[in-house]
Design a protein around this ligand. Sequence first.
Ligand SMILES: Nc1ncnc2c1ncn2[C@@H]1O[C@H](COP(=O)(O)OP(=O)(O)OP(=O)(O)O)[C@@H](O)[C@H]1O
Ligand SMILES: [Mg+2]
Length: 510
Amino acid sequence: MASATIASATPVLSVRNIEKSFPGVRALSGVSFDVAEGEAHALLGENGAGKSTLIKIVSGVFPPDRGEVIVDGKAVHLERPDDARRVGIATIYQELLLFPELTVAENIFMGHAPRGGFGRVDWRAMREKTKELLASLEIHDLDPDRVVGALSVGNRQRVEILRALSHEARILIMDEPTAALTEYDVRRLFDIVRKLKARGVAVIYISHKLDEIFAIADRVTVLRDGAHVATKRVAETDSAELVQLMVGRKIESLFPKITVPIGEPVLEVKDLVRRPLTKGVSLTVRAGEIVGLAGLVGSGRSELAQTIFGVTPAEGGEIKIRGKKVDIRSPGQARTLGIAYVPEDRGAQGLVRPMTVRENFSLAALGKVAFGGFIDRALERKLAGDGVKRFSVKTSSLEQVAGKLSGGNQQKIVLGKWLANQPKLLILDEPTRGIDVGAKAEIHRLMGELAAQGLAILMISSELPEVLGMSDRVLVMREGRIVAEFTREQATQEAAGAAMMGGQGVEQAA
Ligand SMILES: Nc1ncnc2c1ncn2[C@@H]1O[C@H](COP(=O)(O)OP(=O)(O)OP(=O)(O)O)[C@@H](O)[C@H]1O
Ligand SMILES: [Mg+2]
């Protein structure tokens, strides 16, 4: 699929010998690479390799310590994001920066709306221009007058892309754009990327998903520990080589499922109700068992997890923990009962960003490190140190502020801190989102080990291969209900996919 012709002689964008350090970390040590007109160029690397730092420099978020950014053969000084925009660089971050109460058209033309007489915003012209932009990408299902807050994540992302195009961006940068997208939205995004390429726009694309790189990119640049390792044509490489370049070693197989004896039920849920999304759910998870919960975004999986964990206590139905009926009204109570919950949104719920790595690790295990009001610092440091080692968290020290770590390393801390508590039931919501292949294999291996020790695991994941690869049993949720159950042997991509969509088959999903 990747087009082999990269025409123009002068690259639209080059970076030369970029260096950047943060206190205690050398994030980039002399990185160079080029992007050609009409090319999709992927950036690949382990968590903390320096990908986001590199694109923040190109986007004018902060300056490099050394090195140059060159656009159309001329060195540019990017002091702030506006400078980057002026030379045609637009960046779409994972946290979309839109105004939810404004319309699609208003968001696209925020700050540069067409003006009529007396400098007033010309609403008609704005709507017309929005329609032109939509038409140019053959998007027919997005209404310029819709309020953005009412749109799906995938559609909001399209609005951001349109906004970038309204600024005549010639270089579009996307940092893990598909992390929170459904498969359907990913396909629509790729359609747009192909159209942009055909128009000569250069796209820089960060992703941990190798299959996406093979689907959309022309070339891929691999970073390791802040250094440039290789730039390859996608048509001339394969996943094995890319992984090897990324981690500098071979990775054991993904999804190393080990079969362990299944024990007594740890969690039994019956007819659980919590409006508006949980509409009568029954399920059981046994000791040693990994139960995968598949479903589309919005099917109610995370809401179910939050109800079991007492964030949004149940309004009806029954929960039993190890055979005993319980009434969970708060997360604190859930923890006391031996439940751990790793939420999907590590930013809002999982990680205390201003606290240090050490404090974050000990927070969930306070019962173990605090005695009579005193915290055992030595034990705390040991716990955190072990956690950092076990999950290969890339941090300059235990005293690093957790919010400054790279995205994937933050996720590893969230996981690690919950396991420090030795729970009986572990609920994982998208445990490997944003995690690089090496760390992902680690986390999967760890899940297997924990199950072997008798832990019951309920795993929510939007990645079907992960669900199918890791689970003893697969449940499919749709519109607040469990609509299908498969044994490990029965569970196939087609069967689970069809149940997720409501039996219409994957292709027709909207
Ligand atoms: N503002 C900051 N202050 C201190 N350290 C930082 C800051 N931003 C990034 N770092 C560090 O720089 C290194 C590179 O981080 P970066 O976010 O670029 O990684 P990444 O390749 O995007 O990783 P991921 O795949 O996890 O998103 C990491 O060690 C990170 O902790
Ligand atoms: Mg990043």
